[in-house]
Ligand binder design. Sequence first.
Ligand SMILES: NC(=O)c1ccc[n+]([C@@H]2O[C@H](COP(=O)([O-])OP(=O)(O)OC[C@H]3O[C@@H](n4cnc5c(N)ncnc54)[C@H](OP(=O)(O)O)[C@@H]3O)[C@@H](O)[C@H]2O)c1
Length: 270
Amino acid sequence: MKKCIVITGATSGIGEELVNQFKYEDYTVFCGYRNFNKLNKDLPNNVIPYFIDMKSRESIVKASEFIKSKTDKVDILINVAGIVAAGPVEIIDTDRLREQFDVNVFSHIELAQNLIPVLEGGRIVNISSMSSFGNFPFISPYCASKRALDIFFNAFAVENHKNIQVVSIKPGVISTPIWKKSVETNEEQITNCGDYEKEMEFLKNNALQNTGKGLSVIRAAEFIKKIALKKRVKTSYTLGADAKFAQLMSYLPQDIINFWVKVILRHRIS
Ligand SMILES: NC(=O)c1ccc[n+]([C@@H]2O[C@H](COP(=O)([O-])OP(=O)(O)OC[C@H]3O[C@@H](n4cnc5c(N)ncnc54)[C@H](OP(=O)(O)O)[C@@H]3O)[C@@H](O)[C@H]2O)c1
């Protein structure tokens, strides 16, 4: 029987490239989209698109029912969908915080919960981030969401009785549209940021530069595919030199990290 792979966030960046890399191989691939216009219409028969809005529990349940109506075994669930919410903690709109956690954390838990009957003996691959290692100032909602994702799914890996493995992949910066999108969706936080104007301008420029300076999305998807299909896997992988550096930094005492982050920030925005 063909192996079955479920991917969320498959209409852009890493998710879209993963579909490209799996589509001509001997897999059934469920390809999650929220915007039909963004969906590649030229997909072979083994790629089955399904609608999923990661902000809506109802949509997640419907998507799971659809997948379960087509297959009785999901071998690999790759949780890719994600967004970036930014802003100083002092003034961040808590609705944006909720949205950040809805899309990056709760939706992935809900999807996994709903697919458990067909995931037995399978594997969940979460696309976390190097942000899970710590606190990058002004994108703390994103960092916290990725850390939370790792904590919940690590607990699930230890707790579950269904022999479902969990792998967290923590990429550094990858050249995808997420950075440009983050500037657009955080426009309100960037323009109305009180006396954090310089910091938010720096963050915006940094995000726009990330689009071009990150690791190629093809290499990122190749790496993720390799891990997803590996026989024996570790709990966590970093991807990119920046992610490895973030991991190393995270071993330092928080006071030292905070000191250096402040020094670097002051130097960069002056
Ligand atoms: N790029 C990086 O540097 C980087 C680094 C570390 C980790 N990551 C993580 O990698 C994952 C993929 O990011 P990417 O860089 O490939 O970003 P991307 O190009 O923006 O892709 C994100 C995907 O998630 C989908 N999505 C967002 N909100 C959704 C919602 N409410 N319902 C359904 N789908 C939704 C998007 O749909 P639309 O196409 O409709 O927008 C898109 O398909 C994310 O979890 C991100 O946090 C990225």
